[in-house]
Design a protein around this ligand. Structure first.
Ligand SMILES: Nc1nc2c(ncn2[C@@H]2O[C@H](COP(=O)(O)OP(=O)(O)OP(=O)(O)O)[C@@H](O)[C@H]2O)c(=O)[nH]1
Ligand SMILES: [Mg+2]
Length: 328
């Protein structure tokens, strides 16, 4: 390294030209080299990292990353199944928007390791102009790797002290179809560890006489598959979407509830409106109550079925359904 000069503005170290017009080697203003040789390079302030630093993962977590997180802290894992178009992604988008906009009463947003993934699936809903709602609030789900699930992570504060980490898989409806039709369960092994399983159903197909029987039958098959494939099936929640289009009467879903009860499975029913472009039901209706189903220790303050009448409160969305014979 060339020696500099003690005089301001002298560039002898870079140009070799002395500002005082002295020979550079003998100029009295030149900096002195240390007695033991040339100036040494300064030590780097930090040790070199052992491996390249990586940015936090912003998209859905792979099963391995989800497992790493679960090893670190308790995570509430939710299984989410249902046909294409049932409203699975829409429910996740709505939960994220409610949490991030502080619209939940009991939960508040604390953190997410998959913000980019949430933002990606929420894009249309975020741009939504109330006067001109889109035909589709979300896109059909496709995974980068069709062999393994991706998990969305949401950390919510509950009350003053508690923080709950939710892992929510956003799966394509075809996974549920191939589970029912072909017993394809290899990709759904994570359900063995689930704290709760949400079974999503398009509520409008239940209200519609021409489709009702078919979708009820499909859901019964799904319940049977779960019973046959999982050792300890966690509590099931039958989630009826598109509540903004109308309420599904209890007797339409009774055959599904009976199927679960015959299999000795615990089931409850929720009606949600992830979006609300029709009727007078607010977007996000029923979702806070749905979140509560993930945590049996969080008290459910909702009344039992049925809840007729136009003035629907948010808390009435989730119903601990009891077959008439078993009602208290
Ligand atoms: N009005 C209203 N529309 C809904 C509701 N839930 C879903 N939708 C509509 O239905 C469309 C499909 O819902 P998705 O959540 O993408 O369906 P999905 O179950 O994720 O479907 P796949 O990804 O194909 O398996 C959404 O884009 C919305 O337009 C709801 O509660 N109310
Ligand atoms: Mg989807």
């Amino acid at each position: 390294m060339a020696l500099g000069c003690t005089k301001d503005n002298c560039t002898v170290a870079e140009t070799g030209i002395c500002l005082a017009e002295n020979p550079p080697e003998t100029c009295p203003f030149r900096m002195k080299a240390p007695a033991d040789g040339p100036v040494a390079s300064p030590e780097p302030p930090l040790p070199r990292p052992e491996r390249n630093p990586s940015l936090p993962h912003s998209r859905a977590l792979t099963p391995q990353l989800a497992q790493d997180l679960m090893a670190d802290r308790y995570c509430t894992l939710v299984g989410i199944l249902g046909d294409p178009d049932a409203g699975k992604t829409a429910a996740l988008v709505s939960i994220y928007l409610l949490a991030s906009k502080a619209k939940l009463k009991e939960f508040s947003f604390a953190d997410s390791r998959t913000l980019m993934a949430f933002n990606e699936i929420s894009q249309v809903a975020l741009d939504w102009n109330e006067d001109d709602p889109p035909d589709q609030f979300t896109q059909h789900t496709e995974l980068a790797d069709d062999r393994m699930p991706g998990f969305l992570h949401l950390r919510l504060r509950h009350g003053e002290e508690e923080k709950i980490d939710f892992l929510l898989p956003d799966l394509p409806g075809e996974w549920s179809q191939s589970f029912i039709d072909k017993d394809r369960k290899d990709r759904l092994r994570f359900l063995n560890r689930a704290d709760v399983i949400w079974l999503l159903m398009d509520g409008s197909q239940l209200r519609e006489p021409s489709t009702r029987q078919y979708v009820v039958h499909r859901m019964q098959l799904l319940i049977d598959r779960l019973r046959a494939s999982i050792d300890h099936v966690p509590p099931l929640v039958l989630v009826l979407t598109r509540r903004d289009g109308g309420e599904v009467p209890a007797y339409f879903i009774e055959p599904i509830v009976q199927e679960a009860e015959q299999q000795n499975l615990q089931i409850s029913v929720a009606q949600i409106a992830s979006f609300g472009d029709r009727g007078d039901v607010d977007p996000g209706y029923g979702l806070e109550a749905l979140m509560r189903t993930c945590r049996p220790d969080v008290p459910d303050r909702t009344p039992t079925w049925p809840t007729p009448g136009p003035d629907i409160e948010e808390g009435r969305a989730i119903l601990r359904y009891r077959h008439p014979e078993h009602r208290l």
